[in-house]
Design a binder for this molecule. Structure first.
Ligand code: NDP
Length: 311
């Protein structure tokens, strides 16, 4: 078997086009320009790239944005004040605090300061609780993106056995809840799970959100499963390339290490997934592309919920 590739790009582009039409409608009919504020603290290079991509995508689809950047030694109380000010501004619909924050700042305190109605990352406990109870909420972008990829690729979720490896608040837990809401039978695995492979081999839909390159291998994958790879890991070792990637990708991967010092790998061994799965989301080019698109969608949802009391 050679898995069908579930590419993220067409799904992300379709969502962005829909959001862009919605934004135009909000501006024309209601005079509302959905606007996102992104708060970044410190100089983490990956965060700078992510924030750049969020601000650029917002501009492309007509969403307003403000990028507030603070020095790494900014006091926690100052960031709390910044968030409180954004909460109070009627022209700001979404607030995103880019993680990770510097070690002296309590992430939870900052995230819990965000008005749940403006919490476009969906990390506030109020939104997590609403999601769990099946009420309308702002849903974390990456797991919401996974559901969009599955749905728009015509993969049925209802009645399927889904296994999620990873239980973080950002990916694993909300992913499991969303699959449950879509009527899958869901199992959540983590680092203390015994005989992981026996459980993951039962999955019709297997989602890996672990943070370890190529951790999910052939022995974890049922023949014909749909494998969703959320992981984003940097691989610098040319030896690992032969193990992790199918033959026809190796030259490109080795060239990437040669040119840029690294290539991106998922949490799933792509070579094994391509051989055993029915469908697989590649890394890069899979779920990663959905996160920003879903952030845009959440910003528009937040604008509708707060300003028009509709979704
Ligand atoms: P976390 O580190 O917060 O969570 C990792 C999870 O994996 C934990 O629940 C952990 O279990 C579990 N885990 C670790 N080792 C094992 C093991 N040996 N067996 C089974 N489970 C294990 O990571 P995140 O959820 O934030 O991210 C997961 C991956 O997704 C990362 O690669 C990250 O880069 C990527 N990511 C991608 C995004 C995107 O596409 N835009 C967005 C966010 C994340 P335990 O709880 O027991 O420690």
């Amino acid at each position: 078997m050679s898995a069908i590739i579930l590419a993220g790009k067409p799904v992300a582009e379709a969502i962005k086009a829909e959001v862009s039409t919605e934004v135009a409608g909000l501006i024309d009919i209601h005079g509302i320009k959905p606007t996102l504020a992104v708060v970044r603290v410190g100089e983490d290079p990956a965060s700078a790239v992510y924030v750049g991509s969020k601000v650029r995508t917002a501009a492309e689809i007509g969403i307003g944005s403000e990028h507030l950047h603070f020095a790494a030694d900014t006091a926690e109380a100052e960031i709390v004040d910044v968030v409180a000010t954004l909460n109070a501004r009627d022209d700001i619909d979404g607030i995103l605090v880019q993680l990770p924050l510097p070690a002296h700042i309590n992430e939870r305190r900052i995230l819990e300061t965000i008005d749940p109605l403006k919490d476009v990352d969906g990390f506030h406990p109020v939104n997590a609780g609403r999601l769990l109870q099946g009420h309308e909420s702002l849903v974390p972008c990456t797991p919401a993106g996974v559901i969009e990829v599955l749905r728009r690729s015509g993969i049925e979720i209802a009645g399927k056995r889904a296994v999620v490896v990873g239980r973080s608040n950002i990916v694993g837990k909300p992913m499991s809840v969303l699959l449950l809401q879509n009527d899958a039978t869901v199992t959540i695995c983590h680092s203390r799970t015994r005989d992981l492979a026996a459980i993951t081999r039962e999955a019709d839909i297997l989602v890996a959100a672990i943070g370890r390159a190529g951790f999910v291998r052939g022995e974890h994958i049922r023949e014909g499963a749909v494998v969703v790879d959320v992981g984003i890991n940097s691989v610098t070792d040319t030896g690992a390339v032969r193990e992790l990637f199918p033959d026809d990708e190796q030259e490109r991967r080795l060239a990437a290490i040669n040119d840029r010092g690294a290539t991106l790998a998922g949490d799933v061994n792509a070579r094994d997934a391509m051989a055993k799965a029915a469908a697989y989301t590649p890394v890069p080019g899979g779920i990663g592309l959905l996160t920003v698109a879903m952030l845009m969608k959440n910003t528009v949802t937040a604008a509708r919920m707060r300003r028009l009391a509709s979704i």
